[in-house]
Design a protein around this ligand. Structure first.
Ligand code: FAQ
Length: 312
């Protein structure tokens, strides 16, 4: 079969909702686009451990600490699943890691904001994990088999993460005036960056059209962002907190909330490496990589010894 026939067969399979598996033929650009998205996603999970990891030693009690510890460990697990999914497409883990550590790779903009108070841990769980689930539930039906299967478990865990964050917000919002103020301040700072997580508006999203055709993405950036807003506003109302958007208003005709404007300059600056914590995040990842060198070397030495034994 020539390339055109292979491509037609591939698209027919995708259209019939059959999964593409690692050994199946796939267009080179499909493979490239998937490695791009999956590796960025994996990097996000790994860098995403940092803002919350920062609070493990300062969680207000033992229960909060164990829950937060479990959540951060879950994110590490998600990263590993996703790197494995990228490897099944032929990407080398060492290359992906290198791209992250040298600042060449993208990861989600959201993780370049600081977590300043305990309420930020509530807001991250509620809003950041909430936005992540909204975006990732559709990925359970993505066309590439290993990615879709990894996402099922990831989404179950993200759903627990979202609830633990919302529970923190509930306690703070119904607590002392100072706690309420902390909760409102966290919402004020995390609202707009959470909306940016969904990526550029559809008109400015270069990958969306092809990714939708290949059923890598199943809903557009703007659709998902709107659904997130529609679901989250009533949650903020329940908490008695105010979303920092003067234009936010229920529209009876569209059955959606109307809302204000994202500051795309801020988003683009973060993507260029100029966000509040970009530098700090890369330094922390490089430090962790350097400090883990002895573990990698020990593991490799053990593997080499085993291989020698088997050969003898
Ligand atoms: N930040 O054409 P599009 C989490 C880039 S995991 C940085 O629309 P696409 C769990 C994009 O990569 C959060 N860059 O791209 C957790 C592209 O750059 P390129 C991550 C962004 O791929 C919670 C360019 O802009 N989730 O939070 C962002 O079709 C708590 C053009 O954009 C995923 O990765 C951004 N926000 O759509 C962990 C989910 N948005 O490659 C710890 C999977 C866009 O041309 C604690 N990914 N860009 O240089 C996706 O669904 C998609 O990749 C999108 C972007 C929707 C993120």
């Amino acid at each position: 079969m020539d390339e055109k026939q292979l491509e037609a067969g591939f698209q027919a399979k995708v259209d019939a909702e059959q999964k593409i598996e690692p050994k199946d033929w796939m267009p080179a650009d499909y493979r490239k686009n998937l490695v791009r998205q999956i590796s960025q996603h994996a990097h996000s999970e790994i860098v995403g451990m940092l803002p919350e990891g920062n609070w493990i030693t300062r969680a207000p009690n033992l229960r909060r600490k164990t829950v937060l510890l479990a959540k951060v460990q879950d994110e590490a697990g998600h990263g590993l699943y996703l790197y494995s999914a990228a490897e099944s497409l032929g990407a080398a883990r060492a290359d992906l890691n290198d791209q992250l550590l040298t600042g060449k790779a993208k990861y989600s903009s959201i993780f370049n904001y600081p977590t300043l108070t305990w309420a930020d841990i509530g807001a991250v769980g509620w809003l950041v994990d909430g936005a992540a689930i909204m975006n990732q539930v559709m990925l359970c039906r993505t066309s590439y088999g290993p990615y879709a299967r990894a996402m099922v478990r990831i989404c179950k865990e993200e759903s627990f993460h979202q609830r633990q964050g919302y529970e923190i917000m509930c306690v703070l919002a119904k607590g002392t005036p100072e706690q309420r103020e902390m909760a409102q301040d966290a919402l004020d700072r995390w609202w707009w960056p959470s909306l940016m997580m969904f990526g550029p508006s559809d008109a400015n999203s270069p990958h969306s059209a092809q990714s939708m055709k290949w059923k890598i993405k199943r809903q557009s950036n703007d659709e998902l962002r709107q659904t997130f807003i529609d679901r989250t506003v009533p949650q903020a109302d329940f908490l008695g907190l105010r979303i920092p958007d003067d234009k936010l208003k229920w529209n009876e005709a569209t059955k959606h909330y109307d809302w204000g404007e994202i500051d795309w300059t801020e988003f683009n600056e973060i993507l260029k490496g100029n966000g509040p914590c970009n530098k700090e995040r890369l330094e922390a990842r490089n430090k962790a990589h350097d400090e883990g060198r002895w573990v990698r070397e020990a593991a490799l030495a053990h593997a080499a010894k085993q291989a020698k034994k088997q050969a003898a």
